[in-house]
Design a protein around this ligand. Structure first.
Ligand code: NI
Length: 255
């Protein structure tokens, strides 16, 4: 039983074979997938996929790349979407100072807004933090996101930051980057991460793990992440799969 807690099957890279890929990875042992949204249109597609496939669940939200498009209606629309029974989280939301596609002040404003939406709806959040560790953690604290908790997806921070993240009621999700040659810092994070706060993900079609780096990613490759985590933790791949799937079910309240 493998649970891919972060995927983007609404991405155009899956336009030619989305259904085939989803069927194949499910038959191959991926029991659950959370499809995370990046804007309003993608939120609708995420819900559509979750309706179509009983092993896919949706998150709705505006990615920091796209928050410039947001307006007064955005929160109302997201709240409406979130009422759908297949929606289990608000995400992905956060800050991206690597690409800076949206001005930082606007990113911060919409991150805080969406945290408060999640609190109103009592849904966990899926956090995107790229090169914005300090501000991300700060907003999490100021807005009291710990009331709903959630996950730092594709975690890329330090061990010290991971301790803070855990203290504020968040899980840490490990992605394909853990298989990369320069994964030293992330390996230290996996070592310190308590088993009951650990999740795994692909972030497909992006961030393809070794040995397939460079190719399109899909949830089938989550086993490379699970294998690497198992090696670091000194437990079996089956245990990693079971532990992380149970954690994800608890966080996203999937029975
Ligand atoms: Ni993502």
């Amino acid at each position: 039983m493998l649970f891919d807690t972060h995927a983007h099957y609404d991405d155009e890279k899956f336009d030619n074979d989305r259904y085939e890929v989803l069927k194949r990875v499910h038959e191959g042992g991926v029991s659950y997938i959370i499809n995370a949204a990046s804007n309003i249109a993608s939120s609708i597609e995420c819900i559509g996929l979750a309706q179509e496939f009983d092993f896919v669940y949706a998150a709705v939200g505006i990615h920091p790349h796209n928050v410039s498009e947001s307006n007064d209606n955005t929160i109302v629309t997201l709240a409406d979407f979130a009422g759908h029974e297949r929606v289990v989280a608000i995400g992905e939301i956060g800050l991206d100072y690597y690409y800076d596609y949206s001005p930082r002040e606007i990113q911060k404003y919409w991150f805080a807004k969406q945290i408060n939406l999640a609190k109103d709806l009592k849904l966990p959040i899926i956090v995107h933090d790229r090169d914005a560790h300090e501000d991300t953690l700060n907003i999490i604290k100021v807005e009291r996101a710990e009331e709903v908790g959630g996950v730092f997806h594709c975690y890329s921070g330090s061990v010290e930051m991971a301790r803070e993240v855990l203290k504020h009621n968040f899980y840490i999700s490990i992605g394909g980057a853990v298989t990369f040659k320069n994964a030293k810092k992330l390996i230290e994070v996996v070592k310190m991460l308590p088993n009951d706060r650990m999740l795994i993900e692909t972030d497909c079609p992006y961030l393809t793990p070794e040995p397939h780096r460079g190719k399109r990613n899909d949830s089938g490759y989550i086993r490379y992440v699970a294998e690497k985590v198992a090696e670091i933790k000194g437990i079996s791949v089956e245990e990693v799969a079971k532990i992380t799937a149970n954690n994800a079910k608890t966080l996203f309240r999937i029975v």
